[in-house]
Design a protein around this ligand. Structure first.
Ligand SMILES: *Cc1c(COP(=O)(O)O)cnc(C)c1O
Length: 358
C-alpha cells in the first residue's frame, strides 16, 4: 500500500518542548500523525501522514456511543549514535490485532503498522528526544468511525498513530509507590475484555482510581472480579512479587492485559536462573508474606515506567510497608537491564531491538 505524505507547512510547526527532562506525560504531540481508513468489504485504504490536528468525526460515529476502540503504547528510543530504535514492537502489533479480533474490528498487517511508524518518524525524527531516559511515546489507535446508532460492529474504521516526546519516568530516581487494594470495585472479569487494550477498561477503572487517590494512594491493586481475592494487576501495569527468591506473577487468565514488559521480565528472570511462577496469588498470601518478611519486593511493569516499585500496600484499612518502602534489588536489576537494552547500552541477546530507518 502507498502511504501519501503531506508535510506540515513550516509556519505551522508545533512548538518543541524547551526542556526534554520536564515533559508531562501525554501533553505534547509531534507535528504529524498517520491516518488510514477502513471500509467493509474493501479493506484498508488511504494511508497518509498529515499534519497533527483534530479528526473529522461524525457525532454518530459508533466509537462515541458503543466504545468500539482499541490502542497500543510503545516508545521510540534515540541511541547515542543518533539512531532511533523500537523495543519488541512486533509484540505490540500482534497484541493490537488480538485486541481488534476481540472487539470485532479489522486487523492490520504487522508490516504495514511498522511502515506507518517509519514514515511518520521520517518526518518527525527531530521529535525523538536526545536526553537519555526520555523517548518518543507512540500511540496507535483504531476507532469505529461509521455514523450509525444501533449496537453491532461498525463497517468503517479509522486507524491513527500520534506520537509525542516523554521524559524519563524517574527523573528524580526510583520512587516506590503506595497502592490501595480495591476489594469493592473490579477492573475486568474473566470472559470480558480485560485482556484487550480497549477503551472500556480504562473508563471502568477511573472510579476506583479516584477513590484511591483521595485516600492518598498512587495506584489501585485490582483483585479478580469473582472472588475478589486473587491479585490481577496494579493500575495499568502488570504486577510481580518476590517471595523469598521466587518471582511470582498472576497467570494470563483472560482478565489480565498481557504486557510486553511483563513478558520481558519473565524472559530475563529465566535467563538469569531465577525461579519464575505464573500462578494465582491471593491477597492473603501477599499480606502474610509482607508481614513475615518473606515478601522481599513488589513491583509493577509497563512501557511507561518499565518497573515501578511498590513501597506500601493498603488492604481493608490497614497499611503494610514492603521492605521499609525501599527499592528492591530485583526491581532495579530488571529496570537497568531493560532500559540498557532499549538504549543500546546492553547486549540485545533476545533480538528485541529494531532500528527505524529514518
Ligand atoms: C498496557 C497495559 C499494561 C502494560 O503493558 P506493556 O506492554 O508492558 O506496556 C498492563 N496493564 C494494562 C491494563 C495495560 O493497559
Amino acid at each position: 500500500m502507498d502511504i501519501r505524505i503531506e508535510p506540515v507547512d513550516p509556519r505551522h510547526r508545533r512548538p518543541k518542548p524547551e526542556d526534554e527532562t520536564k515533559l508531562i506525560f501525554g501533553r505534547t504531540f509531534s507535528d504529524h500523525m498517520f491516518l488510514m481508513d477502513y471500509q467493509s468489504p474493501d479493506g484498508w485504504k488511504n494511508a497518509r501522514v498529515v499534519p497533527y490536528g483534530p479528526l473529522n468525526l461524525d457525532p454518530a460515529a459508533m466509537v462515541l456511543h458503543y466504545g468500539q476502540g482499541i490502542f497500543e503504547g510503545l516508545k521510540g528510543y534515540r541511541w547515542k549514535d543518533g539512531g532511533i530504535h523500537l523495543f519488541r514492537a512486533e509484540k505490540n502489533w500482534e497484541r493490537f490485532n488480538r485486541s481488534a479480533r476481540r472487539m470485532c474490528m479489522p486487523e492490520i498487517d504487522a508490516n504495514l503498522q511498522f511502515r506507518a511508524v517509519e514514515e511518520l518518524l521520517k518526518l518527525d525524527r527531530e521529535w525523538v528526544p536526545h536526553h537519555v531516559g526520555s523517548s518518543l511515546y507512540i500511540r496507535p489507535t483504531m476507532i469505529a468511525s461509521e455514523a450509525h446508532l444501533g449496537v453491532r460492529p461498525a463497517t468503517q474504521y479509522l486507524y491513527f498513530i500520534i506520537t509525542g516526546p516523554v521524559a524519563a519516568y524517574y527523573a528524580e530516581g526510583f520512587n516506590p509507590v503506595r497502592i490501595y487494594v480495591s476489594d469493592q470495585y473490579v477492573r475486568a472479569v474473566r470472559g470480558g475484555v480485560g485482556e484487550a487494550k480497549t477503551m472500556a477498561n480504562y473508563a471502568s477503572s477511573l472510579y476506583a482510581a479516584e477513590y484511591a487517590k483521595k485516600k492518598g494512594f498512587t495506584q489501585v491493586l485490582w483483585l479478580d472480579a469473582v472472588e475478589r481475592r486473587f491479585v490481577e494487576e496494579v493500575g495499568t501495569m502488570n504486577i510481580f512479587f518476590r517471595i523469598k527468591d521466587e518471582l511470582v506473577t498472576p497467570p494470563l487468565s483472560g482478565s489480565i492485559l498481557p504486557g510486553v514488559t511483563r513478558d520481558s521480565v519473565i524472559q530475563l528472570a529465566l535467563h538469569w536462573g531465577i525461579q519464575v511462577s505464573e500462578r494465582p496469588i491471593a491477597i492473603e498470601e501477599v499480606i502474610d508474606a509482607v508481614g513475615s518478611g518473606d515478601m522481599r519486593e513488589i513491583f509493577g511493569t509497563g512501557t511507561a515506567a518499565v518497573v515501578s516499585p511498590v513501597g506500601e500496600i493498603s488492604y481493608k484499612d490497614k497499611s503494610y510497608r514492603v521492605r521499609d518502602g525501599a527499592v528492591g534489588d530485583w526491581a532495579k536489576r530488571f529496570y537497568d537491564e531493560i532500559v540498557g537494552i532499549q538504549y543500546g547500552e546492553r547486549e540485545d541477546r533476545f533480538g528485541w531491538i529494531r532500528q527505524v530507518k529514518v
